[in-house]
Design a protein around this ligand. Structure first.
Ligand code: GTP
Ligand code: ZN
Ligand code: ZN
Length: 301
């Protein structure tokens, strides 16, 4: 998990321009660096090196840190994670305040690579045209492909490349919010890096995380990668047009997701057939209206 192993630190690019990290971002890098320094020092501690074991099964996620990093104790890992997430949460609170002031309803779309996020966003923007102003922040390790697909719809899009980073964080999004024309009383869609693990831990200042699970991924994903489904308020079961060709059991997938998160809302959709888009767009428009009405940021938590 990147909060303790340091995999989230990479070369940041916004719309192709390399960005030096501001001093405000340093503590996050420092924490990750400390983790690697500890590695260099070969400070191997037994309490994180010894997994819970049963015949045929090693479980490295049962200590207080729920993760493992070679050379770090569970106590060190918990401290580093609290340090990184504490700083991220401060940036997220600033983002949330700015979004509330501008009446922007913000969604953080999270999923495995290739679940259909960008295709969903393109179709969503196309259908909301003339009804709701939309802007998009795209997150990927490399390439500007997704931002270009969004710009082709006419909506403004800003691409963040994270380099080796495996998720967007609130500091990156804060930078983007100052570069992007924000859709006042409208919708901000943030497509996170395709990764069903790390983005779960990082609040970006959004109103909701929306997890997309495509029917080609298998029903078991909510139980295998529970953090993402626990963090989300809505799950979109995507590519349902493919169901006739698959043995995917939609009811079982939804049951697994609700075992992790009993209050999770679920919608089934297809960006190809248009199935489910009335519900999805209705949900978005209700959020946009509530955020614009409140003005005090209630809809952004
Ligand atoms: N059949 C079907 N294919 C879809 C649907 N949505 C997306 N796809 C296909 O799935 C593939 C991946 O779609 P993307 O929208 O690029 O997925 P993504 O989640 O944005 O991918 P990353 O940004 O790389 O994580 C493409 O080949 C799409 O054409 C859908 O509703 N039905
Ligand atoms: Zn990571
Ligand atoms: Zn994409």
């Amino acid at each position: 998990m990147c909060t303790v192993c340091g995999c989230g630190s990479g070369e940041l690019r916004i719309n192709g321009q390399a960005l030096p990290m501001r001093s405000a971002a340093k503590p996050r890098t420092t924490a990750a660096t400390r983790a690697w320094r500890a590695l260099d020092a070969q400070a191997v501690r037994r309490d994180s090196a010894t997994p819970a074991a049963a015949p045929g099964h090693l479980h490295f996620g049962q200590g207080p840190a729920h993760a493992h990093a070679p050379g770090l104790s569970q106590t060190e890992m918990v401290r580093i994670e609290q340090d990184i997430l504490g700083k991220n949460n401060a940036f997220a609170a600033a983002n949330r305040k700015l979004l509330a002031e501008r009446g922007v309803f913000a969604l953080n779309l999270v999923s495995s690579p290739g679940s259909g996020k960008t295709t969903l966003l393109v179709e969503t923007i196309r259908r909301l045209a003339g009804r709701v102003p939309v802007a998009v922040i795209e997150g990927d390790q490399q390439t500007e492909f997704d931002a270009e697909r969004i710009r082709a719809t006419g909506a403004p899009a800003l691409q963040i490349n994270t380099g080796k980073g495996c998720h967007l964080d609130a500091h990156m999004v804060g930078r983007a919010l100052h570069e992007l024309p924000l859709p006042e009383r409208g919708l901000l869609l943030i497509e996170n890096v395709g990764n069903l693990v790390c983005p779960a831990a990082f609040d970006l200042g959004e109103a909701h995380k929306v997890v997309i699970l495509s029917v080609t991924e298998g029903e078991d994903k909510p139980l295998k990668y529970p953090d993402m489904f626990a963090a989300a308020d809505l799950m979109l079961l995507s590519k349902v047009d493919l169901l006739p060709h698959l043995s995917f059991d939609a009811e079982r997938a939804i049951d697994y997701a609700r075992r992790v998160n009993p209050t999770l809302q679920v919608m089934r959709c297809s960006a190809i057939s248009g199935a489910g888009f009335d519900d999805w767009l209705g949900w978005i428009e209700a959020g946009v209206a509530k955020t614009a009405r409140n003005g005090d940021g209630d809809a952004n938590r």
